[in-house]
Design a protein around this ligand. Structure first.
Ligand code: DGL
Length: 287
């Protein structure tokens, strides 16, 4: 009896964590989780067939999140990370309602760390348009505008996640787009840029070059990937689901509703990980 109990506990803690995003953006979160919690096995789902999420309605995003969560849980996920600001804003409440006992971590634009980091109190938030109109984000924005003393400038960046999805991290077109979005924010006095889409940390070097060329190398970039990994660690610990620290490195596996080689290449180019990726047909079930 004792042995069986011990075995079932071990099986649960070694179960994987499921993460998803519209594409490669969530890899900017996965890299922090893999670094902080290396013993955890990870299942990553890129919903490339439905990207970009930033142009989808809340209803579509919720249906996709529920379908992907069911897929990851079927493959044994013990916890979920919504590695996408847009999907978190639209669908995290529906996910928590569907799986009330599962640890679920979302990603939200880092308004609070942005306000704390800013020296002049002007914080620009770069995100998808859908993320900025989500009721959950609006509530956070309203509260922190009252309490933090910071002035937030909200800037939707259509097209930027698509460039990153195409692997155009260093291209002239991406640099032009970044200049188009960032220079007016600097002109309005922002000394802090919140990267409110998980794709954007993947072009951090290009952003830093643009800031340097604009004489604004002092501007602070806020990325919440590390905070998300720490929150996940706390939730797994509280639920007694943390993989044993002495265990071997957890396996990472990829799934995509788009083309498998594209995600495998992104894993290797962005994170230096060789990952087996399966292409999955995952239609949204009709209501
Ligand atoms: N990476 C996603 C986010 O954090 C969205 C990108 C997209 O528009 O698909 O919001």
């Amino acid at each position: 009896m004792m042995t069986m109990q011990a075995h079932s506990i071990t099986a649960a803690v070694t179960a994987p964590i499921g993460l998803f995003d519209s594409g490669v953006g969530g890899l900017s979160v996965l890299r922090h989780i893999h670094a902080l919690l290396p013993a955890e096995a990870l299942l990553y789902f890129a919903d490339a067939a439905y990207a970009p999420y930033g142009e989808k309605s809340e209803a579509v995003l919720t249906a996709r999140a529920l379908a992907i969560a069911a897929f990851l849980i079927e493959r044994g996920a013990k916890a979920l990370v919504v590695a996408c600001n847009t999907a978190t804003g639209a669908a995290i409440a529906a996910l928590r309602a569907a799986y009330p006992s599962m640890p679920i971590v979302g990603v939200e634009p880092g308004l609070k760390p942005g306000a704390a980091a800013s020296r002049n109190g002007t914080v620009a938030v770069m995100a998808t348009e859908a993320a900025l109109v989500a009721a959950k984000f609006q509530l956070l924005h309203g509260q922190l505008s009252q309490t933090s003393g910071a002035r937030f400038i909200l800037r939707g960046c259509p097209g930027l996640a698509d460039q990153i999805e195409l692997g155009q991290l260093d291209s002239a077109a991406t640099a032009d787009m970044l200049r188009h979005y960032i220079l007016p924010l600097l002109a309005q006095g922002a000394d802090t840029l919140v990267l409110g889409c998980t794709h954007y940390p993947l072009v951090k070097p290009a952003i830093e070059r643009i800031l340097a060329e604009a004489g604004a190398a002092h501007v602070i970039l806020v990325d919440t990937g590390d905070a998300v990994a720490r929150q996940l660690g706390r939730l797994l610990t509280a639920a007694q689901l943390l993989a044993p620290q002495a265990a071997a490195a957890g396996a990472v596996r990829g799934y995509t509703s788009g083309a498998a080689p594209q995600l495998a290449t992104a894993f290797s180019a962005l994170l230096g990980l060789q990952v087996v990726v399966d292409a999955v047909l995952l239609p949204t079930p009709s209501p």
